[in-house]
Design a protein around this ligand. Sequence first.
Ligand SMILES: *Cc1c(COP(=O)(O)O)cnc(C)c1O
Length: 361
Amino acid sequence: MTRPSQARLDLSALHHNVALARELAPQARLMGVVKANAYGHGAVTMARELEPRVDALAVACSEEALELREAGIHCPILLLQGVFEASELPIAAEAGFWITIDNDLQLRWLEQATLPKPIGCWLKIDTGMHRLGALPTQTTSFYQRLLACGKVADLPVLSTHFASADELHNPQTWQQIELFEAATAGLEGPRSAANSPATLAWPRAHYDWIRPGFMLWGNSPFAEPQLQADRLRPVMTLTSAVISVREIAAGECVGYGGSWQAQRPSRVATVTIGYGDGYPRTASNGTPVLVNGRRAALAGRVSMDMITVDVTDLPPVAVGDPVVLWGEGLSVGEVARHSGTIGYELLTRMPMRTPRVITAD
Ligand SMILES: *Cc1c(COP(=O)(O)O)cnc(C)c1O
């Protein structure tokens, strides 16, 4: 007896998405972003699959990077937020991690550190996100200090991060590109700016390294159709099955708080998946759910272990029938829009309770 709720992970979709990123930015090197447990997909499994296909990986912090090293991942791993204290630096250098330098304090830690070997550095410039990074006017002095400290392997990579690249008509991305190019003009070294939306839709921002995360998992970062994003294939399909079907009279309510009321005699299917399995409790009545491959509508509040779906308009539904919550045939972004969030959050929040099952077809 196994509960049918699973997050199926299609590795061939991952390979396809990596190939698409390569095709879109053929002259750039590719850094696969696997922070936050590879956006809920499983960092070690995904990193093993990515390592032969990318030039480097990126995570948020040393703990995430060490987990990958302990699992036998050998490629360079960038710490996207750099280090949180000076004592991490020798460990990071020894382990072959690359660090981000965001500010004067991190730079001073590096200048004062004793390292077993030189360390790869990415100098981050704040071109408008206003979260991390040196001011554009500090770029040259930070860059020179990195060269002068004698602890940096190769030339520093000059990087920045976009605030609104997922909005195809937002002029902020152009402003950030212009500021980035002006701030780094005349400095030698590779450049990097592109997250997933910029990899897909802002070729001017590809430069020497692209850094996609979300698109590798096969979902569009855009709210609207986009030529390249629509070629992605979802890696994760969250599946479950019907465990009960009942007829209810018009006027009856379903689930906790009776938040959905039948407007006609209705058939309701109960599915064994809930917020304890990563399906968002905020999903509203009407959120699409695939039952036997057909779209039906969530009816009633999401419970910890179950949801209820209005299948009145579907051909007869039976116990054991397959259900897809998102993935193949239903994008996580669409479910997220019905839940007041984005696909990134739904994937990243997937709890360990939900078994990850590898498929490769
Ligand atoms: C998370 C992150 C990325 C990847 O962003 P996606 O939108 O998931 O592609 C790239 N660069 C930095 C600095 C990040 O923090």
